[in-house]
Design a binder for this molecule. Structure first.
Ligand code: PLP
Length: 385
């Protein structure tokens, strides 16, 4: 009877147009017709990545693109600087290890952003580092790392700059060429608001030079094969893609083009700002340092005396709003509100109001309406959202 409102950091709800696109029947993935769809989708992907370089769609989740990024440039013993400030930073390091690379971990306290000077220090000390990995938006902590500033640092060294924008692309500023990113990856199910199951990657000329010289240990994710197929006219994928998901991706990207990337990022910024204002007005504490707060997900400390089970359970079962819990050691200690994809002021107001009712019911001392008022004030103070 009730549709659950997904306020989690992916997967996100998709527009009816995207669902409809997916219901089209399957075509031959080696046909000119599908080639045109792939071409359109690749081109729009490059536009969203804000790069002149080609993009490639991979049937697989965001992790597939992370693995493609690392697995095509790392051979046994290659040194990689992995910036680790949360679960997904850790994942890049695990992938580095899985491909025989030798990681140098730059550990950043969860909830904080990396200091570009620390990256510089390590690169200065070790000229053999072949690549630097960073997660733009660390979904596990609600932190956005300064990828533009880190890019400026990496540019001065002979290392590739590899950036995970799985939970930021389409919801925060990502200028792949402008930031000097060599390999950028993303996933379908977050800010792009397409269903889960597709990933995208783009590589610079410098990255391709390394890929060409690297004996990769991946088969399915061998980017040389994606390039060879992608260079055909019209383009193809090396293996059978999810045709239905490609329809969905194309439609989701069409919607982004219609909204305009700049406006979409503003909408996400507003949602993040309003969410932070709302929870703070209720006396809750943000987990991430506010100067590095994410545009797409807000992590909030679980209030004293309230359990994750009761809080998220009430939100889900009574108010039909799904929030995310904490990951790893943050389990039970934080909850996360995802505000990515198609989220607008409507969903933020509804979520804040339900959160107030939930907390009040669970005995937390708040005045109903204060969170909602702070959300409303944030939106009213801004001309376009
Ligand atoms: C920042 C980030 N990177 C990578 C991933 C992995 O993506 P997937 O679950 O699609 O493999 C996620 C998923 O939550 C993410 O948030």
């Amino acid at each position: 009877m009730y549709e659950t409102l997904l306020m989690i950091p992916g997967p996100t709800r998709v527009a009816p147009r995207v669902l409809k696109a997916m219901s089209e029947n399957i075509v031959n993935h080696r046909s000119a017709l599908f080639g045109e769809i792939l071409k359109d989708t690749n081109e729009m992907m490059s536009e969203v990545f804000q790069t002149e370089n080609d993009s490639y769609l991979i049937t697989g989740s965001g992790t597939a693109a992370m693995e493609a990024a690392v697995g095509n440039i790392v051979e046994k013993g290659d040194k990689v600087l992995n910036i680790v400030g949360g679960k997904f930073g850790e994942r890049f390091m695990q992938i580095t290890e899985a491909h025989g690379g030798s990681p140098t971990e730059l550990s950043v306290e969860w909830g904080h952003a990396v200091n570009p000077e620390d990256v510089k220090y390590i690169l200065e000390e070790d000229e053999d580092i072949k690549a630097v990995t960073i997660v733009h938006n660390e979904t596990s902590t609600g932190v956005a790392n300064p990828i533009a500033e880190v890019g400026k640092v990496v540019k001065d060294y002979d290392a590739l700059y590899v950036v995970d924008t799985v939970s930021s692309l389409g919801g925060d500023d990502v200028f792949v060429d402008g930031y000097g990113i060599d390999i950028c990856v993303t996933g379908s199910q977050k800010c792009l608001a397409a269903p889960p199951g597709m990933a995208a990657i783009t590589l610079s000329d410098d990255a391709w030079n390394v890929v060409d010289k690297t004996e990769t240990s991946t088969y399915y994710l061998n980017m040389k094969k994606y390039k060879k197929s992608g260079d055909k006219v019209p383009p193809e994928t090396p293996y059978t893609p999810s045709v239905s998901l490609m329809y969905a991706m194309r439609e989701a990207l069409n919607i982004i083009m219609e909204e305009g990337l700049e406006q979409r990022v503003i909408r996400h910024k507003m949602a993040a700002k309003a969410t932070r204002a709302g929870v703070k007005a209720l006396g809750l504490e943000l987990f991430a340092e506010e100067s590095a707060a994410s545009n797409t997900v807000t992590a909030i400390k679980m209030p004293e005396g309230v359990t994750d089970k009761d809080m998220r359970g009430t939100m889900r079962n009574k108010y039909h709003i799904e929030l995310a819990g904490g990951q790893d050691h943050l389990k039970g200690n934080v909850f996360r509100i995802g505000h990515m994809g198609n989220i607008t002021h409507r969903e933020i107001l509804t979520t804040m109001s339900a959160l107030e009712m939930t907390l009040k019911e669970l005995g937390f001392d708040i005045t109903l309406g204060e969170g909602v008022a702070a959300v409303a004030d944030t939106y009213l103070g801004c001309e376009s959202f």
